[in-house]
Design a protein around this ligand. Structure first.
Ligand code: SF4
Length: 186
């Protein structure tokens, strides 16, 4: 169908109805395509009732901040497939914030960084933890040598628990600066 004919049709039908018809057409087209290649079928009643047979429910906590709200992670064949609120958790008492409710997608995200990366000539390259730590510390020490310890600002994380915050504070003191705060302040 030519572009002008589509425009005429959409003007005659009104844009809203035309869009409805177009989306229905696309849906039918897509379904027919899947059906003809046997890649789509109706779910059985058992699959609707229980899409992950044999899955395990594991109690865990949200790791986005140190509140540590309770989460129930459903695990199927080693893959985290669904998330629910832990109703009986002593701290969160059956609730989440909007970040925690999406913890499963954070864990499964393709954009999740799982190892150190270094940008070399515009491209990210995987490097070892040893190399990352030694390169970063060399650069930090050079900066301190050239500009003094107040060249750095240490920002704590909402992920820190009490003990981690203690060590972070000690690290800033060892470095020689009082430039330390919580990231939430910015
Ligand atoms: S990010 Fe939200 S859900 Fe996760 S621990 Fe913190 S307050 Fe709880």
């Amino acid at each position: 169908m030519g572009k002008n004919i589509l425009n005429d049709l959409s003007l005659k039908m009104g844009r809203r109805n035309f869009l409805k018809l177009a989306s229905l057409g696309a849906g039918v087209g897509a379904t027919s395509m899947f059906a003809s290649t046997n890649t789509l079928r109706e779910a059985t009643n058992d699959e609707i009732k229980n899409p992950f047979p044999g899955s395990k429910k594991v109690k865990t906590i949200c790791s986005i901040c140190s509140a540590g709200c309770g989460i129930v992670a459903e695990v199927h064949n080693g893959v985290w497939v669904r998330q629910d609120v832990a109703q009986d958790h002593p701290i969160s008492e059956g609730s989440h914030c909007c970040k925690g409710i999406d913890q499963i997608d954070l864990v499964k995200s393709k954009q999740r960084v799982k190892f150190p990366l270094k940008k070399v000539a515009g491209k990210w390259q995987r490097i070892s933890w040893e190399k990352a730590i030694s390169e970063i510390s060399e650069k930090m020490l050079k900066l301190r040598e050239e500009n003094g310890p107040d060249v750095a600002m240490f920002l704590g994380s909402a992920k820190f628990n009490l003990q981690q915050a203690f060590y972070f504070r000690k690290f800033a003191a060892m470095w020689g600066t009082n430039n330390i705060d919580h990231v939430a302040r910015i």
